[in-house]
Design a protein around this ligand. Structure first.
Ligand SMILES: [Zn+2]
Length: 290
């Protein structure tokens, strides 16, 4: 599932490819993704121009002709592809009708197409007036961005205060911190030497400030996410950035998907364990994560 670094990678590629492009026509080729498409979805986009490429957590926020925001969540398997005029000698428009999972086909004035594919249909799309974005049920309630320059151990401590769930569940709660999923929760907790089962509020000091672990975790989040973005996001199964470039980050996973292997922390020699926590696989070194 794409997490913050993958969505940020998609955002950057779309910005590079689609700045100032104008939409000629939108073909919606199924009734809905996670939810049914809103009424008039295609006609609201028709004639509008890509004017800004934002992101909050795992949501892409595409600014369309000043007044509207096209909110996209890629779900598990959502993917954008920009198709140029000619694909293997054929016009872009002919390429479109080959993909069973090409659910939304956006034809641009310059002849190119933006195609949204999503085999599992867990993604979502919605158009809202930009002025109402901060009231949006999901986007309006997202926690702070962990890669924002203002995000630090104080901010993290205030978000974790009083949270009596595990620190892993807290990290994956989009209202506490935005954009983190299973992979980057595992990686950042490993880097910060924190057990995923530790209670979230235990990272907060007596006076509400950051404890040692909180300080380590804030730094680990910035480090892990920053490196993943620099590597172009992780490519897991169905995720590809829209220009087809695969992320190179999975090669550097330190704990995720390493069950039974020796811990990569120097002088540790622990064996990575996997267990199921809140229905998801958690990977941990029992020796150095406490
Ligand atoms: Zn270890």
């Amino acid at each position: 599932m794409p997490e913050l670094p993958e969505v940020e990678t998609v955002r950057r590629v779309l910005e590079h490819r689609l700045s100032d492009a104008t939409i000629n026509r939108v073909d919606v080729r199924c009734a809905g993704l996670r939810n049914p498409f809103q009424r008039g979805f295609a006609s609201m986009l028709k004639g509008s121009r890509f004017e800004g490429f934002g992101r909050r957590g795992k949501y892409l926020l595409l600014q369309m002709s000043r007044t509207q925001t096209w909110i996209v969540h890629l779900g598990m398997t959502g993917m954008f592809t920009v198709v140029d005029r000619q694909v293997a000698g054929r016009p872009a428009s002919q390429r479109l009708y080959e993909g069973r999972h090409d659910h939304v086909v956006v034809k641009l004035e310059d002849g190119r197409c933006l195609i949204y594919q999503d085999p599992r249909k867990f993604g979502s799309m919605e158009i809202v007036p930009t002025s109402e974005l901060h009231h949006h049920a999901a986007v309006g309630r997202l926690g702070p961005e962990p890669i924002d320059p203002t995000f630090d151990d104080q901010v993290l401590a205030s978000q974790l205060a009083g949270r009596r769930c595990s620190i892993k569940a807290a990290l994956m709660n989009q209202r506490i911190v935005a954009g983190i999923g299973n992979i980057y929760a595992a990686e950042s907790l490993f880097l910060a030497r924190i057990s995923p089962r530790r209670m979230a509020s235990s990272l907060v000091g007596i006076h509400g400030g950051p404890g040692k672990r909180c300080t380590r975790l804030a730094a680990a989040l910035a480090d892990v996410l920053g490196r993943a973005i620099a590597a172009g996001g992780s490519t897991l199964r169905d995720f590809l950035s829209p220009d087809g470039i695969s992320g190179s980050f999975p090669q550097s996973f330190r704990v995720y998907d390493r069950e039974g292997l020796v811990c990569r922390r120097r002088h540790c020699a622990g064996i990575i364990q996997r267990y199921v926590q809140d229905g998801r696989s958690t990977f941990v070194c029992p020796k150095c994560q406490r």
